[in-house]
Structure formats: structure tokens, C-alpha cells
Design a protein around this ligand. Sequence first.
Ligand code: SF4
Length: 228
Amino acid sequence: MNSELFIADYLETSLLDWEGKISCVLFLAGCNFRCPWCQNRKLVLEETKNQIPIKEILEKFKSKKNWIDGFVITGGEPTINRNLKKIISQIKDNNFLVKLDTNGSKFEVIKELISDGLVDSIAMDIKTSLEKEKYNKACGVEVNLSDINHTIEVLLNSNIDILFRTTAVSGIVDTDDIKKIIKIVKGKKYIVQKFVPRNTLDKNYADVKPYSEQDMKKMEEMCYAELF
Ligand code: SF4
């Protein structure tokens, strides 16, 4: 049986994907959501397959240990990959830090990774306010909101570094949604990201006008005022 573990793609070094850290970003193909504004089409639809052996990447970094602080595992949605725990274990065996990006739909997976000490940081996307219709629209599928709520609860109660984030897509997220999310994530880091209408999963979203710099600034200020 082939026990090799594979990822879809990687970015050798990034200063943007983990605040304050230099990281190598690993992309895993496949996602259980279909957010219409998503820009990771190839990974989500698995046009880019998981075919690069993780061993190959770890081998590369063994001799360059000082280059990076750790690995960011992103997607697609990494928690649907049945080899995720094994992949992270291999990274941890090589003494690197690990950050996981997730849509929060698989709370059992996340809970286990935290309790096994396999992740040092988690960034979870909260797509919009936690109302069924809205959330389904934002994710392009029927979402189990109870699982999302469970994940948020697990993250709020964990001692590792947690970041919640929302992409401000007009028609999906407005200032009222941001206010509601802020109330839920209080005490943890939270950022609102700008939506860039490029290469979207649903082509109609390429025509959605992003919020202006001024609107984004207002949202940022609101977060700052409410959270600190
Ligand atoms: S934005 Fe949505 S569809 Fe795209 S990778 Fe994230 S969860 Fe999946």
C-alpha cells in the first residue's frame, strides 16, 4: 500500500499568511463549500490534484531550517483531507510550527488537532452572520450551522493563537453582519478582508463591486472600536 502523503501545491516562503512569521504555505485540494466569490477555483474543484509528496518539501526545508518558522496549511478546505493529521504529524516531527486555515465546518477534526497539540495557530473564516439563509448563500451549499458554532466555541476556548476573519463581499456581508460577528469573537483576533473580484468560482461574482477603501476603513474602525 502506498503510504506517501500528498499536497496540491506550495508557496516556498510567505510573509503574509501568518502574522509575524515566515512560512511555507501548503495547499490541499478539495473543499466542501462552494463560496461563489472564492478565488481558489482550481483547488476547490480539484483541477489541481494532491500529487506533490510532502516528504519532498520537508526534505527541502531540512537543510534550510532557519528560512521559515513554520508551515501554513490551507486549501480548499484542509480538514476534509483524511490524511491531514498524518501530514501535520510529519511536519511536527521535523520541529516546525503549524498554522491551519479552515472554514470551520469540521469541528471534530479541529478539536482533535488542538487537543493533540498538533497546531500552533488556527485562522477560521466566518463567512457572514450566523443565520441559516445568509450562511448558505455565502458558502454556496447547505451548511450545518451547528458545526460552525461548535468550531467557534472550540476556538474561543482554546489557548492557541486564534484568528477569525471575514471577507467583505457586498451582497453577502454588510456592517450589521460584521457587528454581529464581532460580538461572537470578542477576546480573539478578528480581521475583515477586502474582496477582490477576480477569477471567482461563480463567474457572476466577477461583476460584484467591492467595497470602497472608505467602506473598508469604516469596517476596520468598527472592529477596532468594538474589540479593543
Ligand atoms: S472560500 Fe469557500 S469555496 Fe473557497 S476554499 Fe474557502 S471555503 Fe472553500
